[in-house]
Design a protein around this ligand. Structure first.
Ligand code: DGJ
Length: 729
């Protein structure tokens, strides 16, 4: 960690000017600078490519007032603009003091440099000019990954309550630029998540958000802003909010070309009562700058997620190949049926067998049972243990599906505790998928769920839970809380904190447990949930055509080890056409490989092929799960006809390349594919995977990157291949 005073010829780390009033946050390839103006305001001075000298940074001065309608305070790039005074741009915080004053006036008080979670941290304390409110802005610097991780803490130093009505994590400012900037976001819906959207940046505001109580699939808390970048090169600013509830990201550009990004917990229906001597800390907002295109952004976030977010020790272990019973059996589960599937799965080389929905009483459809997390004696007359033992005996881990935040009205839990769900007494309780949401902000509900899940895991030796969440929160009331004099608008935050507490407690009690985050597919895929889960179920849509788009989008946030992909059956209710098993495997092998097809219906040939691909996957798994991922051909850019993804070992000694061509209506010759990230002067041995008879070829890294490689693809539809590269000299 650098905390020295060197400003000339700066090194990576946090540097403070001798006057203690400005700071440089220097990473390998970027510089972020901020300073205190004469008025005591904290201004961002620069963010972008790394600057060689500290003296390259101008002093912190308010911009000149242009007119009485364009005042300095609104034009100033404040690092944390609040609602107060003449501020009319993006604001990060809004509060009401006990006397009704709705105006914050924060001035710089002090700063210190320390360390948090293994990263150097700059803490800046701001004090309100008239009220006992202190706001601490935290900046952690991940120099290796060119990331800055920001959060804000509100401290009520007095005794009177302060009502927070907005508490964003951060505001970021991009250097002024008039044209050619573009905004990339991810959007979708159930079974069509995380699709890349791009739009030119013009004067005005764009908002992406979730108001569902969960991260959501309509939009993801991630953005990128580039200047004519490609996947491989060009300037990209990117960022993501580590929060699994309501969030809001606002990107605003002035007519003069200044862009501000502000975001954090959504202010929609948000309130937090800061009682005397209490504090409130926002989630992290992680942001970075890359000059090597969108793939550069991916590498940085993936590394950060692996190194600083995902739970250990699981994050350092290979993620197992999984089988999940949902698509095969839906609610029709039984000891015998699951055991048979487990036997087939084990014979293929599967390492984790997961029983999905349907194992608890009355769960023969989605109208009943949620909340009663006991084993159904009809489906499992001998309890769950014989199946768990069978799965363990077959050498696999055992996993089970739960949806802890939910109840069906037709459940013993709801009949016993109708008051445990969010509701307003005068309103009906809206059902979605026939279920209601438990008030997980309540401590008694948390304790109840912890106790139940702890027993389920501990008593049976469960290794993995798939934690699902299949509907948004509605009627966000909590009558007892209001009756006790509290503000029920806190539920949006309390719910997320409740989920985090339950997961954290279970993990602390069962250190070997792994958790999959699922919310009807990929609706809860954010860096907040990843602090306590190991993988994400990316989408209920397993159609490879759809998957390439979904996986492309989500790969901006999730590394390969987290992105859950299954091979399922075709044709099926959801996938009308027959798609070669090879192609289905190749698409699913790009992330965390799983199988979801009905193995008892697979032919011997299919089973043999599956066995081969699982073995291949295990061979390339370290690259797929932990390598630097390059999207070489974007499906979004080719209307889904093509995709190519490469994962390279950090030392460039090895790489794997997946190529997909869905259709070739013009019978075009297959183009050569230019690879990335190799050592130019090294020689690589290239092997076509899954075809041991194929003669390996040798090429220099330079040739593979500049001349490209000829692709051994057939002319048929759904052609695909996997190439494995190993450095030989
Ligand atoms: C939604 C999930 O996304 C599916 O994978 C499956 O677990 C079902 N829920 C079960 O109800």
């Amino acid at each position: 960690m650098q905390t020295d005073q060197i400003i000339q010829g700066v090194t990576s780390g946090i540097h403070q000017q001798p006057d203690g009033k400005s700071w440089l946050l220097v990473t390998e390839y970027s510089t972020y600078a901020l300073g205190v103006s004469e008025e005591g305001l904290l201004l961002q001075l620069y963010w972008g490519a790394r600057l060689p000298l500290g003296t390259d940074i101008a002093a912190a001065r308010l911009p000149r007032e242009r007119s009485s309608q364009d005042v300095a305070l609104t034009l100033a790039p404040e690092v944390y603009p609040v609602m107060g005074g003449l501020r009319y741009g993006e604001i990060a915080a809004q509060a009401v003091f006990s006397d009704g004053t709705r105006d914050i006036d924060l001035r710089f008080a002090s700063a210190e440099i320390g360390e948090k979670q293994g990263l150097p941290e700059l803490r800046l304390h701001l004090r309100d000019a008239a009220y006992p409110l202190e706001v601490t802005l935290s900046y952690r610097v991940d120099s290796k990954n060119d990331l800055i991780i920001r959060a804000a803490s509100f401290h009520n130093l007095g005794d009177e309550e302060i009502l927070l009505e907005r508490a964003f994590s951060a505001a970021w400012h991009l250097p002024q630029q008039f044209s050619s900037r573009r905004l990339t976001t991810l959007a979708g819906h159930w079974a069509g998540e995380s699709r890349v959207q791009q739009q030119p940046i013009v004067a005005g505001s764009v908002q992406i958000e979730s108001r569902k109580g969960v991260t959501g699939s309509t939009a993801y808390p991630w953005f990128a802003i580039d200047t004519q970048a490609t996947e491989q090169q060009g300037e990209v600013y990117f960022g993501t909010i580590a929060w699994s509830g309501n969030w809001n990201l606002r990107i605003s550009t002035r007519i003069t070309g200044e862009t501000t990004i502000a975001g954090g917990i959504h202010e929609h229906d948000f309130a937090w009562v800061l009682a005397g001597k209490q504090s409130f800390t926002t989630p992290d907002f992680v942001a970075g700058f890359a000059e090597d295109g969108f793939n550069g952004g991916r590498h940085r976030l993936h590394n950060y997620v692996r190194q600083h977010v995902l739970p250990q020790p699981q994050a350092s272990q290979p993620r197992p190949v999984l089988y999940n019973s949902w698509e095969a059996t839906t609610f029709d589960v039984s000891e015998e049926g699951q055991s048979k599937l487990a036997e087939h799965a084990a014979a293929l080389g599967v390492e984790l067998f997961v029983v999905d929905d349907g194992w608890f009483p009355a769960r023969n459809h989605d109208h009943a049972g949620l909340g009663d997390w006991r084993v159904d004696p009809q489906k499992f007359p001998n309890g769950l243990q014989p199946l768990v033992d069978r799965v363990h005996g077959l050498g696999m881990q055992f996993g089970i599906w739960v949806e802890p935040e939910m109840v069906n009205p037709d459940s013993d839990l709801y009949r016993a505790h109708p008051d445990w769900i969010y509701h307003f007494p005068t309103r009906s309780r809206s059902e979605a998928r026939n279920q209601l949401v438990l008030n997980v902000g309540r401590q008694d509900v948390q304790e109840y769920l912890i106790d139940l899940l702890d027993k389920l895991i501990g008593d049976h030796g469960v290794d993995f839970i798939k934690w699902d969440m299949n509907r948004p929160i509605s009627e966000p009331g909590w009558p007892e809380y209001v009756a006790a004099g509290h503000n029920a608008r806190e539920i949006w935050v309390r719910h997320v904190e409740g989920v985090y507490t339950i997961m954290d407690t279970l993990r602390a009690r069962h250190p070997n447990l792994s958790i999959e985050s699922c919310a009807s597919g990929g609706s809860r895929a954010d860096l907040g949930i990843l602090e306590r889960t190991d993988q994400v179920w990316s989408s209920d849509n397993t159609h490879p055509d759809a998957r390439l788009f979904i996986q492309e989008g989500i790969s901006h946030i999730l590394p390969g080890r987290v992105m859950g992909d299954w091979v399922t059956d075709t044709p099926s209710d959801r996938v009308q056409n027959e798609i070669p098993l090879t192609y289905r495997f190749h698409v699913a092998m790009m992330g965390m490989l799983g199988i979801g097809g009905h193995l008892l219906h697979w032919s011997e040939e299919d089973l043999a092929e599956a066995r081969r691909w699982i073995a291949v996957y295990k061979q390339i798994r370290p690259l797929v799960q932990d390598g630097d991922q390059y999207w070489l051909i974007s499906p979004s850019a080719t209307a889904g006809d093509w995709a190519a993804v490469e994962s390279v070992a950090p030392d460039a000694s090895e790489a794997v390349v997946f190529v997909y061509r869905r259709t070739n209506p013009f019978w075009e010759t297959t183009p050569r594919l230019r690879l990335q990230g190799l050592t130019p002067n090294s020689t690589y041995r290239v092997q076509l995977m899954g075809q041991p008879d194929a003669e390996p070829q040798q090429y220099s890294g330079a040739s593979l990157m500049h001349q490209g490689i000829a692709l051994p693809l057939s002319r048929s539809s759904y052609a695909s291949c996997i190439l494995h590269l190993q450095k030989v000299s």
